[in-house]
Design a protein around this ligand. Structure first.
Ligand SMILES: [Ca+2]
Length: 69
């Protein structure tokens, strides 16, 4: 069953600008390099995770995210 309560298919002005992540929702979040959950599925952000500095591969690359389930 799709679990899409936490999703954003296009970060718009924040596309390719994120350098850190905070997950405040009770779900694992997958982030994507392109809009509409396309391109590389770069990382799974665990519940309550804080990533103060993304790796060079991920920095300024994220354009969409959604619950991994
Ligand atoms: Ca990108």
């Amino acid at each position: 069953m799709a679990y899409s309560q936490y999703a954003q298919p296009d970060l718009h002005e924040m596309n390719n600008r994120a350098s850190s992540l905070v997950n405040r929702v009770p779900a694992e979040i997958c982030v994507y390099a392109r809009t509409n959950y396309g391109g590389s599925r770069a990382i799974i952000v665990a519940r309550e995770a804080v990533i103060p500095k993304l790796s060079a591969v991920l920095n300024d690359e994220i354009e969409s995210f959604k619950s991994c389930r």
